[in-house]
Design a protein around this ligand. Sequence first.
Ligand code: ADP
Length: 388
Amino acid sequence: MEKLITSNLKLGIIAGGQLGKMLIQEASKWDIRTFVLDNDETCPAGSIASHYVKGSNVNYDDVYQFGKLVDVLTFEMENVNIEALKKLKAEGLKIVPDPGILELIQDKGLQKEFYRGNGIATSDFRLYDTVEDILAGIEKGEIAYPFVQKIRQGGYDGRGVAVINDESDLSKLLSQPSLVEDKVTIEKEVSVIAARNQKGEIRCYPLVEMEFTPNANLVDELICPSSVSIEQSEKAIAYASDIIELLNMEGLLAVEFFIDSNGGVLVNEMAPRPHNSGHHTIESIITSQFEQHLRAILNLPLGSTKLKLPSVMINILGEEGHEGPVMYEGLMESMAIEGVKIHLYGKKITKPFRKMGHVTILSSTLECAKKKAEQVKQLIRVKAWTKN
Ligand code: ADP
């Protein structure tokens, strides 16, 4: 990537959410010129990108024309127009990760077939096109309660997932083509972020443990290091390395796992990009996931993934019952606590459960970081600002 040393490298990022913003913050350290494509002029990354381009991530022409402006193209979300990416690739543009990988991962059915085909442990599943097919599958005994239905494309943050415990839940079935899988008795949910460059060098981050907000299916706390056993940790890291190698992928791959009640390590899903479960890496790991993504996609040496300090990450979410111009409470009081690092994404409007920012709490012991996280949770409130 000889252009890097001339300060002339033009990096395109599809979508300008908080992940794009944090990627740009790293890119600016190396004087990379960043271009961001997003329909919303007020998106988090828009104001700090070298160039903001208005357009949609799913529109063929918008993505194609955007690709023509840059030397290297990457993305901060999976929902991107694949046909435009394929055309740009055919015309010689460097797109990382490769559009073929995005195409596989966009479809949860293909993802599951990939795991099964490569001997990677995942809950047992079948694919169905319609609700009628699922009902027929139950009749035939192909499907047993309890099970989980997931739409193959377009789901996120638990939207597009239906948990069916018994007959009384059947009205929750979703009508799109979907996969139906065994419901896992989940003890823990953990994630591993792996990075790989063109030379084939691979580095994985230590496992993080995710705890979810009961009603919103958003991560409530993200804990690093996790409390799983060394064997489970090694297994998850080995799976993440195998997957990124099998995909022959360049970039970052976040792999989410379930630890089940028998201690088994099952892959749930993956995302080929910087990930929410890696926010803490900015402060708690020697190389942040955003710097690592740049190193990986530009074929630079990968950085150390060693933990500097234990950390707890909490999301700053819009308060229920509040929608409108954002107003934060408790930031100063939180900052006064040692080891508390606040990130605000710059979204002007708050909505219930909208991800408005996050806080990473660092301490020499995890126990202490957890206590401080509880304090911060009580202090920070995201409300809508109203004129009196
Ligand atoms: P999304 O891509 O929308 O985040 P996930 O596949 O991560 O969807 O599912 C959302 C949540 O639903 C998971 O974090 C987990 O708590 C629960 N879940 C998903 N699959 C299963 C399963 N097979 N068994 C039990 N719970 C599940």
